[in-house]
Design a protein around this ligand. Structure first.
Ligand code: FRU
Length: 495
């Protein structure tokens, strides 16, 4: 049965969507159909298409009672909006349908497990949000919440677990009729952890283990876990709230991290090595993955930063976009990323330069400009015995605006700087990442859409993502070197 609350959302989104022109949206990144979008949810391949759901508040460009928006795609780059699938309309999710995942049931139906939020006022007047895990089943278009909900609640927590921060279930294994789930939680003091549950029927769940515990190493509460097999290992992805900065690995605020290790499915023990950031840019959070039919592991994240997204004064018709879906793999124990190969099909108008010296002055190159752009650039010292001091590339550029990357080989740092990108707010506009080199050699792949840049460094070893507010007529690209470098590049327009 479709509730009035869900009907209202569907009518509203259909009406308002018409007011948004195509060129006011990203060209190949999914944006909110109308209103607000945050985390990707239920990223899955079902009935011949990729389905992506998302945290959605259609009625406003700010966060509010969460619905699930829905879009489908065959190539992960061109998305078709479908009607909103869930609204906060049951007693256990009346204040929000928070993040969750989707999977295909043995009977062929599509299922969600997601977090329901219901606010409760305690005897002492304290307002608390009870978070529980809930099911819904559907056909790729319409979904029905289960009569058994909630299926995981406070009573299923290990000792000391918080019923108020207990969310974002992700199914990570279905084997021999057993479903395995990772859920975010925290113990006393808000130090995050990821819990492992298992079930045979999706209704009765047994707590198995704590997959990973924070112990205040990486921020406080952890959110949006994902856990999967990759290249013979297991990878845990999560997003951490309230981080303290750590070298060039983490910055203050909410950020992302991953752990790589070995997992024993019987005992639920995950033994992992060092943690690393998933993205070193400004805007990336709450990533989730899907396994494509051809075996690729594809990750998508919300391209936004919780600390900056509520600073807008004007009301905009949509707010929030996803980053590019990225293929991920392990190389030398690290999580590598590249845009899905489907992006290659959008490439046109190739322009190639080889071994071009760049010395001491800013240059623009014929044919190298645009705002829907895929630019592969490699840089090295012209003379290996005299490595340049700094190399920079600027893009989304005109007299007033530009966004830049600069690499200082002696400091082994790559800086992304968007302070001239059109933002009128006093927020962070720069991020640096540590990037190694030999003879000043690094490679950068810069993907620009109308309102974002994503930079893939050294074959995908590190990625930096940021949203841009730069007017779309700022299309220039320039190169500069303090010292002497040689560059080779391939530039493509995308579309
Ligand atoms: C992460 C998050 C999730 C939660 C959702 C609510 O960005 O806080 O933990 O499910 O957003 O919109």
């Amino acid at each position: 049965m479709v509730s009035q609350i869900l009907k209202n959302a569907r009518i509203y989104e259909q009406d308002k969507e018409r007011l948004i022109k195509e060129e006011e949206r990203p060209a190949f990144h999914l944006s909110a159909r109308v209103g607000w979008m945050n985390d990707p949810n239920g990223f899955s391949f079902y009935d011949g298409k990729y389905h992506l759901f998302y945290q959605y508040h259609p009625f406003d460009s700010h966060w509010g009672p969460m619905h699930w928006g829905h879009a489908v795609s065959r190539d992960l780059l061109h998305w078709t909006y479908l009607p909103c699938v869930m609204a906060p309309d049951r007693y256990y999710d009346r204040d929000g349908c928070f993040s969750g995942c989707a999977f295909t049931m043995p009977d062929g139906s599509h299922a969600f497990i997601y977090t329901g939020v219901a606010t409760e006022v305690a005897d002492n007047g304290e307002v608390r949000m009870i978070q529980t895990q809930n099911l819904a089943f559907g056909d790729g278009l319409f979904y029905e919440k289960s009569a058994e909900n909630p299926v995981i609640s406070a009573k299923d927590l290990p000792e000391g677990g918080s019923p108020y921060d207990f969310r974002d279930p992700k199914m990570f294994l279905e084997e021999n009729g057993v479903f395995h789930l990772a859920v975010a939680n925290h113990a006393e003091g808000r130090s995050g952890c990821i819990l492992h549950y298992r079930s045979r029927d999706l209704v009765h769940w047994e707590y198995v283990s704590t997959l990973a515990a924070n112990d205040y190493r990486i921020g406080l509460m952890w959110e949006c876990p994902d856990f999967f097999r990759l290249d013979g290992k297991w990878v845990l992805l999560a997003s951490a709230q309230d981080m303290l900065p750590k070298g060039l690995e983490y910055y203050s605020g909410n950020g992302t991290f991953y752990l790589v290790g070995d997992f024993d499915v019987e005992t639920g023990e995950f033994k992992a090595g060092e943690d690393h950031a998933v993205d070193y840019g400004i805007d990336y959070y709450a990533m989730q993955t899907v396994q494509a039919p051809d075996g690729r592991r594809i990750m998508i994240g919300w391209m936004q930063n919780w600390d900056t997204c509520n600073l807008r004064t004007a009301s905009v018709p949509w707010f929030g976009q996803m980053a590019l879906p990225r293929e991920v793999w392990l190389q030398d124990g690290l999580l590598y990323q590249q845009p899905v190969r489907e992006l290659l099909d959008l490439r046109k108008d190739e322009v190639v330069y080889e071994n071009l010296p760049i010395c001491g002055r800013e240059v623009e190159l014929a044919g190298v400009c645009g705002r829907l752009l895929d630019l592969e650039l490699s840089v090295e010292a012209l003379d290996p015995s005299d490595i340049y001091k700094k190399f920079s590339v600027r893009f989304a550029k005109n007299e007033r605006y530009n966004t830049g990357l600069s690499y200082r080989p002696h400091e082994r740092t790559l800086k992304l700087d968007r302070k001239y990108s059109g933002s009128r707010r006093a927020i962070m506009h720069q991020r640096r990442a540590r990037v190694e080199h030999e003879n000043g050699r690094i490679s950068l792949r810069i993907v620009l859409d109308r309102f974002s840049v994503e930079v893939f460094v050294n074959g995908g070893e590190k990625v930096m993502s940021a949203t841009l507010e730069t007017e779309t007529s700022a299309e220039g690209v320039s190169f500069y070197c303090d010292g002497a470098a040689r560059i080779s590049l391939k530039k493509y327009s995308l579309g």
